[in-house]
Write a new protein. Structure first.
Length: 498
């Protein structure tokens, strides 16, 4: 029986769905032939003799391997160790959950996923202290742009806060410290998380961990990581280091002492710049103020001149850029920076976009790296905190119509790392009993799938393949979310299935 790790020479009896399908004469089952990690031929079933190890597709629908274009890898991997707070409907309930939680081996309590923007009460040090006592306790917002700490944790970390809330850079620093676990422990968690991603058809991701990933990924590969391709980001605090090391976007990044171990999986990604806050923390930089807080228009965490300078330096060093911009003021500022610097890359999130900026996206060739599930998770927040905004909230169809390339991601652990959730969210714009939210922004199944892959199923392309139990081009929204994955193949090697 074919097992995980096997080198596949032939995938038999599959039907092509998604990119690559247009090159077939009909929809009859085909065999896919693989050599040296690439597709070399596609033929009707039985027309050619099988070669090498055979993977029986059993009539499954084949799509190119899926990518998640926005992942905070270590934080996502460690989420399984942390207390889940997504169900907490109030600050009091979140504190009670942490009171009942067991500490980690290091003596700290860590929870993640709370959404205080809709709570009827406010977080406070006193509330959390009463529930958790002297045990250092950390609660991480679902959007990661704020954290709630008790007095013991504030003292331990050297921070001071009247209400226990730390926002933006201070919150990121707390997350970095919590994520800086022993490398062996972290790598084991990342490897397990990669295997879970492979079970959803994932063959690649963009890693936005706030760390020096240039050392971490070769180490993980040497330890046996082989679940998917990775493009790792660099942050401004490491930009000079990256330039000295000669890192350039798109280049292969493997251990020079053992290049065969990498299998060509790890590449240098973009410079990541966080230019504003988030909706959940009410810090996304917007044209209109937040209700009940007339002086709060969000924050531009990187001034325009500094942003342009970073883009210019990155471009000169051969680095693409990924600019986090959620509010419409931040999106406009990011597009201004792209215009002046000539940088190439993505705007990450683009959750509120001025009508006039849609065409600029298209003209500049800037990619919109977006997370369709966020639109559904945030629709109630938008109704409360962005009701007075006049820009377009969570655009997909509008960006598509402006000729903008879309790339989908999850922002894991903000949303689950499962591309099928994003595809379903983009197609249906709902994940409950409510009517679609702004249905004019829906995409077709073909468009959503295209935004979730990097290749097509054609000879010459990498043999990154996901075999689906249902036809994704006709599946319902619910079926897309629960899409059964029969097998996943990465560069001709089986990473999931049997």
């Amino acid at each position: 029986m074919t097992g995980v790790g096997a080198r596949i020479g032939t995938v038999t009896g599959v039907r092509i769905a998604g990119p690559g399908r247009e090159f077939l004469i009909d929809d009859e089952p085909v065999d896919i032939f693989i050599e040296d990690g690439r597709i070399v031929d596609i033929a009707p079933v039985g027309a050619l003799a099988p070669r090498g190890e055979v993977l029986d597709g059993g009539g499954a629908w084949a799509v190119p391997g899926l990518w998640d274009n926005h992942v905070h890898t270590v934080q996502w991997a460690l989420a399984t160790e942390r207390v889940t707070l997504g169900s907490a409907a109030s600050a009091a309930e979140a504190a009670a959950i942490m009171a009942a939680a067991a500490p980690l081996p290091d003596g700290r309590k860590v929870g993640s996923g709370f959404r205080d923007a809709m709570w009827p009460d406010a977080p406070s040090v006193g509330l959390l202290d009463a529930a958790t006592g002297t045990v250092p306790t950390y609660l991480i917002n679902a959007d990661v742009h704020s954290t709630w700490l008790n007095s013991a944790a504030l003292r331990l970390e050297g921070f001071d806060s009247v209400d226990g809330m730390l926002r933006e850079q201070d919150a990121f620093e707390i997350s970095r410290r919590l994520n800086a676990v022993d490398p062996e422990r972290g790598d084991i968690a990342v490897r397990a998380a990669g295997e879970r991603a492979a079970s959803r058809g994932v063959t690649g991701l963009v890693d936005f961990d706030m760390a020096w990933n240039a050392d971490a990924w070769p180490r993980r590969i040497a330890a046996g990581f082989a679940a998917h391709r990775v493009e790792f980001a660099i942050y401004p605090f490491d930009l000079e280091r990256a330039i000295r090391a000669g890192l350039r976007t798109g280049e292969l990044h493997e251990d020079p002492e053992a290049p065969e171990a990498g299998r060509g999986l790890i590449h240098v990604g973009p410079l990541k710049i966080i230019s504003d806050g988030s909706l959940g923390t009410r810090t996304a930089a917007c044209s209109h103020s937040y209700p009940g807080d007339p002086e709060n228009f969000g924050v531009l965490t990187v001034p325009p001149a500094e942003l342009t300078e970073l883009l210019t330096v990155a471009t000169g060093a051969g680095l693409a850029v990924a600019v986090h911009a959620i509010g419409d003021r931040a999106v406009t500022g990011a597009l201004d920076g792209f215009t002046v610097s000539g940088a190439v890359g993505t705007i990450e999130h683009a959750q509120l976009v001025r009508h006039a900026d849609l065409a600029r996206f298209g003209r500049l060739g800037v990619v919109a790296s977006v997370q369709p599930q966020h639109a559904l998770d945030d629709r109630d927040l938008v109704g409360r905190h962005w009701a007075g905004q006049t820009s377009i909230g969570y655009p997909l169809g509008a960006l598509r119509d402006a000729g903008v390339e879309l790339r989908f991601g999850s922002d894991a652990p903000v949303a689950p790392l499962d591309p099928w959730q994003g595809i379903s969210a983009a197609v249906t714009r709902t994940d409950d009993e409510r009517e679609p939210w702004h249905p004019e922004e829906r995409l077709t199944r073909e468009q959503a799938l295209q935004a979730s892959v990097r290749t097509s199923l054609r000879p010459g392309e990498p043999a990154d393949i996901a075999l689906c139990g249902l036809d994704p081009l006709v599946a319902s929204g619910a079926d897309l979310r629960g899409m059964p994955i029969v097998a996943t193949v990465l560069a001709g090697r089986l990473t999931h299935g049997a």
